[in-house]
Write a protein that binds this ligand. Structure first.
Ligand code: NAP
Ligand code: MG
Length: 499
């Protein structure tokens, strides 16, 4: 099968990615070995920029999940990972980070080929993945228990122990970074795991699996089962021998994950969808507000859970802001994502493409006006949609309420601070929010009033592994990144000693 690698990128990086793409179908990593799916089935992963097949990938299902969970359980119970000293576990994480860094260009290529995001953004994603592994390497030696003021004839202390076998289900929009958000803390705190990547972007996960093997992790500590959500994903979410499930994806599937967890009361953390308000006051630093609001909604073709999709602009600034951000949208270079000068690539899949085009039609039906975009890209092949800005939108329209997950922003006017907060919070989601103003007191007031897990003041969309990330309301629960991952991946044991 010919690997669909266009010829615009530097030869060496392309060669490494091409070597990986060629050859037999990608396999499952179970118990330290690469194996085909028990059913023998494979599926195609597609390059969304040209709709060509990149590679065949093993289609794991319930039977493979059973094997992978059993391997993770053996590795956990035999103490192959939890009983290693914390310094040793930290060294493994650092080794994984080094290997990612050494293969950064190749991984960025694979992300772009499989997902469609511009290579410049894929390169940033690889860098953040490295940072996250190093960050949690640090935590492996720093998750402390407590000594408590017990009665004089008792000594009481707590231990932080790993949860056990973790099931980790990730989406396609950050195919490498979401691995690090889940795998790095799970490993740092002594758990073993089974990872189920999204069917649209299995390749970065498989390559990561190879690097994890190269780092020399004991067999069965990390298992990777590629396959589909309703089969492999559902089997993992409902598995009676999985202690915890961490999920990132849609709110709809998040609810299924929660239901599936009830069988053995496994712990669950959910990172779900969003429809984030970005509030721009008349005294905003305008130049930056326009530029960073545009990247806040258009990065990764808008397929970002915390994208700045609902822009609330103070009435007196509304027309000027609309003009300026529409001009930014028009200036975006939509095209071949491997080209270094491209600033927007295709959407990830034909399903996502159809879904976003459906919302563009809905926008017309609802009476919104496209200040920029509003239609598919001019490309003959690939899932390209033009960056789109809508005016004449009210907060109660479906395009302002439902997650589109494409390069589409709606601009809604507001009167004053109170109105901005009321409209901003009028959503079932609560993942991200932005505030733009030169008034420091107002910035802090609005940051407190907006019900969202992350608020950005005079910036947008920054995610650093040092700080917690997660949702209010139907954007999920549990916080990933930062020290908060300790709570997700450890449990507390209280020990009483009679003196
Ligand atoms: P999705 O359908 O929820 O898929 C996410 C993951 O869940 C994939 O690995 C998928 O597998 C799997 N899955 C699907 N059905 C399942 C089931 N019944 N049981 C177990 N696993 C199942 O999400 P998507 O539509 O592909 O991705 C876009 C959505 O994800 C958006 O709504 C976005 O907001 C959300 N998202 C949220 C965050 C966040 O951090 N909060 C980050 C990224 C994306 P397959 O792909 O193989 O079906
Ligand atoms: Mg793909």
């Amino acid at each position: 099968m010919a690997a669909a690698v266009p010829s615009v990128e530097p030869a060496t990086e392309a060669a490494a990615a091409r070597r990986f793409l060629q050859g037999p179908p990608k396999q499952l990593l179970i118990g330290g070995k690469w194996v085909p799916a028990k059913s023998g089935k494979t599926f195609e992963t597609i390059n969304p920029a040209n709709e060509e097949v990149l590679a065949l990938v093993a289609e794991g299902d319930r039977a493979d999940i059973d094997e992978a969970v059993a391997a993770a359980r053996r590795a956990f119970e035999a103490g192959r990972w939890p009983s290693l000293g914390p310094h040793q576990r930290a060294r493994y994480l650092l080794r994984i980070a080094d290997l990612i860094e050494q293969h950064a260009d190749e991984l960025a290529q694979l992300i772009t080929l499989d997902n469609g995001k511009p290579i410049s953004e894929a390169t940033v994603e690889v860098g953040r993945t490295v940072d996250t592994f190093r960050y949690y390497a640090g935590w492996a030696t720093k998750f402390y228990g407590e000594t408590n003021p017990s009665a004089p004839d008792f000594f009481n202390y707590t231990l932080r122990e790993p949860v056990g076998v973790c099931g980790q289900i990730i989406p396609w929009n950050g195919p490498l970074s979401t691995i690090s958000w889940k795998v790095a803390p799970a490993l740092a705190f002594g758990n073993t795991l089974v990872l189920k990547p999204a069917e649209q972007t299995p390749l970065p996960a498989v390559r990561m699996g190879e690097l994890i093997c190269e780092a020399g992790l004991p067999d069965g500590v990390v298992n990777i089962v590629t396959g589909f959500g309703p089969t492999a994903g559902a089997a993992l979410a409902g598995h009676p021998d999985v202690d915890k499930v961490a999920f990132t994806g849609s709110t709809e599937v998040g609810k299924l994950i929660l239901q599936a967890s009830a069988g053995n009361l496994k712990r669950v953390s959910l990172e779900l969808g969003g429809k984030s308000p970005n509030v721009i006051f008349a005294d905003a630093p305008l130049e930056t507000a326009v530029a960073l609001s545009a990247t806040g909604v258009f990065r990764n073709q808008g397929q970002v859970c915390c994208a700045a999709t609902r822009m609330f602009v103070q009435e007196s600034l509304y027309d000027e802001f609309a003009e300026r951000i529409a001009a930014k949208a028009e200036a975006i270079r939509l095209g071949e994502p491997l080209d270094q000068t491209t600033t927007m690539g295709p959407l990830v899949s034909s399903e996502q493409y159809e879904r976003v085009l459906g919302y563009l039609k809905l926008a017309r039906d609802e009476g919104a006006q496209a200040k920029a975009g509003g239609e598919r890209g001019p490309q003959e092949r690939g899932y390209f949609v033009k960056p789109t800005i809508y005016t004449a939108v009210r907060n109660d329209m479906r395009i302002a309420r439902e997650e589109i997950f494409g390069p589409v922003a709606v601009l809604i006017p507001f009167k004053d601070e109170n109105d901005a907060v009321l409209q901003g919070n009028d959503t079932t989601y609560g993942l991200g929010a932005g505030v733009w103003t030169r008034d420091l007191s107002r910035a802090h007031r609005v940051a407190r009033a907006l019900r969202a897990g992350s608020v950005w003041v005079n910036c947008y969309g920054l995610i650093d592994p040092i700080s917690a990330f997660g949702g209010y309301k139907q954007s999920g629960f549990g916080r990933e990144l930062g020290p908060q991952s300790i709570d997700l991946y450890t449990q507390i044991k209280s020990v009483y000693v009679k003196l």
